[in-house]
Design a protein around this ligand. Sequence first.
Ligand SMILES: Cc1cc2nc3c(=O)[nH]c(=O)nc-3n(C[C@H](O)[C@H](O)[C@H](O)COP(=O)(O)OP(=O)(O)OC[C@H]3O[C@@H](n4cnc5c(N)ncnc54)[C@H](O)[C@@H]3O)c2cc1C
Length: 322
Amino acid sequence: MTSEKVDCLIIGSGPAGYTAAIYASRAGLNPVLYQGAQPGGQLTITTEVDNYPGYPDGITGPEMMINFEKQAKRFGADIRYGMATEVDFTSYPRKVIIDGKKEILADSVIISTGATAKWLGIEGEERLNGRGVSACAVCDGFFFRGQDVVVVGAGDTAAEEASYLAKLVRKVYLVVRRDEMRASKIMQKRLETLPNIEILWNTETVSLNGEEGLESVLVKNNKTGAETLLDVTGFFVAIGHKPNTEIFKGYIDMDETGYIKTIKGSAHTNVQGVFACGDAQDNVYRQAITAAGTGCMAALDAERFLMEREVEVIADDILEIN
Ligand SMILES: Cc1cc2nc3c(=O)[nH]c(=O)nc-3n(C[C@H](O)[C@H](O)[C@H](O)COP(=O)(O)OP(=O)(O)OC[C@H]3O[C@@H](n4cnc5c(N)ncnc54)[C@H](O)[C@@H]3O)c2cc1C
């Protein structure tokens, strides 16, 4: 296995990773960034991004991410294809294996591996993604003003998405598989106060219909077997996200879903020299701008960490780190 030593390793190429790369390269950390299986991250699978500041006319997700990459390269970030497949954070420098065949020894590691929205896996979901089907009300709700939409899910995410959409759209059908929701009592109470939300209990989605865009959704009551065709143009899947953090399990603190825990007000994880940013550590906001913001924090925290470490090395000649 080949080995390489770097000052700063960034894992992931979404808004968080590229922003970290811009700041880290400008700070002279010579960052090396591995893009993973989805160069550009989640925004590469969407069409219009209308809520990222600085683009008054909006921009497509793929175009925006090409701009992020170009900007990081302009300052010398070393951007590479490859996937982090294994890590060892018990020794220092931190060890990360790329594609199972290359070892990177990094004085600082920035984790920006993002998250993946969970989908239902039904026919039409992928085909109509971005053309009526979405997993993010804050991102896409605005496109459905005055229209009727479906939200699927029963947890806090679904309750939040439905409440958010209720302010914009004419009607929200909340499709719940069982006869109760998992969302907190307070969120459920809030739903009851919104007159344009109708909860369809014991209901499942059968099919999504439409060619160029979503035209209707067929749902079925799983108790009675009765089918209903809902005349809607939006279909929001709100059954949760999965952070892409599997390989870090056992090395850094995470919550029960796998979101990395950072020290409040910073990008520090519980492991010195390892920082986390973007959706991999954020189960609340999950936006490009917040991912970019925390990417900036991670690079600045890494820069300070490396500077302090250098001072310590000069002072003691020996570095003890856990
Ligand atoms: C369809 C859709 C539309 C959206 N629309 C909007 C919108 O309009 N506005 C908005 O603000 N937000 C939107 N979002 C949310 C936004 O995309 C995310 O909040 C944002 O992309 C998170 O950025 P990130 O950098 O944390 O991670 P991601 O964008 O998820 O990127 C993660 C990166 O990590 C890489 N990676 C993962 N594992 C590894 C590994 N082991 N090794 C190396 N690399 C790895 C992946 O290849 C990827 O490059 C949308 C999301 C979706 C799915």
